[in-house]
Design a protein around this ligand. Structure first.
Ligand code: UDP
Ligand code: MG
Length: 321
């Protein structure tokens, strides 16, 4: 039996690019079907992440025109990571493999075939890795590179220059379902699932149209989530910083005591203020970092659903068995 592929495409306010990329996705899918690499029952599954523009009507239009296209619509905007998970869970039990890809045409669709080949050679996960970042703006490039370096330094294993363009086998998705966390960071979670993996390389293009939906704020949010969801290194660093500060203040105490004994008490208002401010600052930072982890615990303990599917295209058989 031939491999059934689901291409999962998250979309948020993408009416500017969808008309162009939707036909490219179909072309790519049909190309692979014709070559016999995947089954005729393969599908493109769009996940509308609570868009406020005409994205959903474009998706349902595509689904009416071509039976290879399915769509689900989340009840509101839940962010890229949750939208991806919603798509993967929708494909679970139906697809043998899934490929997640952004809908803006930045990721080279032609390497999907290589991904499928790698799966047939026995890999369960195939990471799409971009070759270089020369086309990105300076800010995006440096912040992204800094992010990967920081992540690895903090002990969260991620694949360098890999975003969320990847192939997962049905088995990986079944295992991924066991990861119950609310703070999603798939780039860190997938390597934790394990199994045999490989990478394919591609050039990343510029966005076909529309603006990036990842504002600087969302990007920092993702980076922060990535680090604090996968590493307790910051807490350890606080411990280290605390020890260092304690040592320094101990030296300070000895110094103060010695000068006092020698009868040379300084009118050190400035030094006192500096020390108080410094220690106060360090304490606030430490509290902030701890607060972040406690906040995470709070969110996880509530165990709220990570997304809610509001609607499905008509051809998508309802999964609520
Ligand atoms: N996206 C989403 N929900 C969001 C933000 C983005 O589903 O809240 C989708 C978006 O439509 C796109 C993908 O995630 O398909 C990546 O977003 P974008 O291209 O804006 O990010 P960039 O490539 O600039 O990092
Ligand atoms: Mg993009």
């Amino acid at each position: 039996m031939k491999t059934k592929l689901y291409i999962v495409v998250p979309c948020y306010n993408e009416e500017a690019v969808l008309p162009v990329t939707s036909s490219q996705f179909l072309e790519t899918l049909n190309g692979m079907i014709q070559k016999g690499k995947i089954s005729e029952e393969s599908r493109i599954l769009y996940v509308d992440d609570g868009s406020k523009d005409g994205t959903w009507s474009l998706i349902s239009g595509c689904a009416k025109k071509d039976g290879h296209v399915l769509g689900i619509r989340l009840s509101r905007n839940r962010g890229h990571q949750n939208a991806l998970l919603a798509g993967l869970m929708e494909a679970k039990g139906r697809a043998d493999i899934t490929i997640t890809i952004d809908c803006d045409g930045q990721d080279d669709m032609r390497v999907m075939e290589e991904m499928v080949d790698a799966y047939h050679e026995g890999c369960e996960i195939v990471y799409g890795v971009r070759r270089d970042r020369s086309k990105d703006s300076f800010l995006k490039r440096t912040s992204a590179q800094g992010f990967y370096k920081l992540m690895n330094a903090m002990g969260a294993e991620t694949v360098y220059n890999h975003a969320d363009y990847r192939l997962l086998s049905a088995r990986v998705i079944r295992e991924l379902e066991q990861f119950k966390e609310t703070n999603l960071f798939l780039r860190g979670m997938i390597p934790m699932v394990g199994f045999k993996s490989t990478a394919v390389y591609y050039e990343r293009h510029e966005r076909i149209a529309g603006k990036t939906k990842y504002s600087l704020r969302k990007m920092f949010g993702l980076a922060f989530d990535g680090i604090t969801s996968f590493s307790i290194q910051p807490l350890r660093m606080i411990m280290g910083a605390g020890c260092l500060v304690a040592m320094l203040s101990f030296i300070g105490v000895i110094w103060a005591f010695a000068t006092e004994m020698m009868g040379k008490t300084v009118a050190g208002w400035a030094s006192m203020t500096c020390i108080i401010c410094f220690v106060g600052g360090v304490q606030l930072i430490c509290l902030g970092v701890m607060g972040e982890y406690i906040g995470k615990i709070y969110l996880e303990v509530k165990g709220r659903p990570r997304y809610i599917v509001g609607e499905r295209t008509e051809n998508s058989d309802n999964k609520e068995e």
